[in-house]
Design a protein around this ligand. Structure first.
Ligand SMILES: Nc1ncnc2c1ncn2[C@@H]1O[C@H](COP(=O)(O)OP(=O)(O)OP(=O)(O)O)[C@@H](O)[C@H]1O
Length: 377
């Protein structure tokens, strides 16, 4: 780790030599291409005191270079588990199968040296809680410089100047690089982590619920900033969220996860306009949509029930106990993944999706489910 900087309010004046070197660094980083990621048959298992279970099972998707993929689903569906495995941050003893090809190189199961080599430079992460990514005993500026200098042979002055540019990009004053994480508000810390994740212009950005810990106004500001920066830098990104509206505005493609499995995937416009899986239909009702002028505001309806215990997953479709359309087949046989054009869904009844969509759009469909569940309990 770098030496601790002396906290001070202003910024260091950059010399002409530093600025020339910074320009070279910026040019080098700007030519880095966006990355392509192909995840194939990814399964991830945790060992716990109560036994081993699969938090993620047989997930496949692709992030074409320069595009954004939304990974959505309720809490506990396995989204963060996927992201952690891609960064090599899974706890010791985690079982991982399948592959994740970053520009053709499998990045699952890399040793520490190989991971250090790709983190920040080729793949970088914005976590749910900025505090987890920042070291409390070093200034933010030193931490960004350290990340830059681990991969680029530049002086501290040049790295600092690059950090100042990144701070400007996320709307933070350069003088605050001299401060420690605890001196920042939650929103500012999150911006600092975004600055750090962008510092080496990694081809692939993983944003794991980057705004969850923030208040709604700050959430919207940070998302707008991520979108703006991203469009400008043309990187690839996986955006993990449970907010389907954010995905609609940000991502070309979407993967909907439910209880560790892929429920539905495809181009975002198709998945959201014509969902094939009843879980996606239910998720849509649970989030506010952009208001349509003149149209009545749609009530928000949550999906009754909870995600099943993954230590003892149900034998058939994992969504069956919460699905208004479930049959005995759904409760006993795991659904096949069915393709409809560019879209696919793991449901026995994708051929009935148009009919389901109409029924699922009615609030009483889910209210009746909730009522029946209460009656059965
Ligand atoms: N280190 C761990 N050890 C054991 N189980 C874990 C571990 N991390 C996560 N899990 C479990 O794995 C499952 C998936 O969790 P994960 O955090 O990936 O879901 P998520 O969809 O990202 O949820 P959230 O939105 O709340 O972060 C959950 O049942 C969770 O309790």
């Amino acid at each position: 780790m770098a030496t601790v900087a002396t906290p001070r309010a202003g910024t260091r004046p950059a010399t002409a030599a530093t600025l020339a070197e910074l320009e070279q660094l910026n040019r080098r980083l700007a030519t880095k291409p966006a990355a392509r990621l192909q995840v194939e048959g990814l399964s991830i298992g945790y060992s716990t005191l109560r036994g081993r279970f699969h938090a993620v099972e047989d997930i496949s998707f692709e992030v074409p270079a320069g595009t954004n993929l939304g990974l959505v689903g309720e809490s506990g569906c396995g989204k963060s588990t996927v992201v952690k495995a891609l960064m090599g941050l899974q706890p010791a003893g985690t079982y991982i199968a399948g592959q994740a090809l970053l520009d053709g190189q499998n990045i699952l199961g890399l040793n520490d040296d190989a991971l250090r080599d790709i983190r920040w430079k080729r793949i970088s992460l914005i976590t749910q809680s900025a505090m987890n990514s920042l070291d409390p005993v070093y200034t933010i500026g030193d931490q960004i410089c350290e990340a830059i200098r681990a991969h680029e042979r530049v002086s501290k002055a040049v790295a600092w100047a690059r950090a100042e540019e990144m701070f400007a990009l996320v709307g933070l004053p350069a003088g605050r690089l001299y401060e420690f994480p605890h001196q920042f508000s939650g929103g500012m810390r999150q911006r600092a982590v975004i600055a750090m994740a962008l510092a080496l212009n990694a081809g692939m950005l993983l944003a794991d619920e980057p705004t969850t810990a923030l208040d709604p106004i700050m959430q919207s500001q940070i998302m707008t900033r991520i979108r703006g920066i991203h469009a400008h830098m043309r990187r690839s990104m996986i955006l993990v969220t449970h907010d389907i509206a954010v995905v609609a505005e940000t991502c070309e493609n979407t993967v909907v996860m439910y209880a560790g499995k892929m429920a539905e995937s495809g181009p975002t416009a198709d998945v959201l306009k014509h969902p094939l899986h009843p879980y996606t239909m239910g998720l849509q009702n649970a989030f506010p949509r952009l208001p349509v002028p003149g149209a009545p505001r749609q009530p928000l309806i949550s999906i009754p029930g909870v995600v099943p215990n993954l230590l003892l997953p149900p034998p058939g479709c994992r969504f069956a106990s919460r699905c208004p359309f479930a049959t005995d087949l759904c409760r006993t046989a795991a659904p096949p993944v069915v393709r409809h054009g560019a879209q696919s869904a793991a449901c026995h009844f994708t051929h009935c999706a148009a009919e389901f969509r109409e029924v699922a759009a009615r609030p009483e469909t889910w209210r009746n489910m909730a009522h029946n569940m209460r009656g059965a309990a």
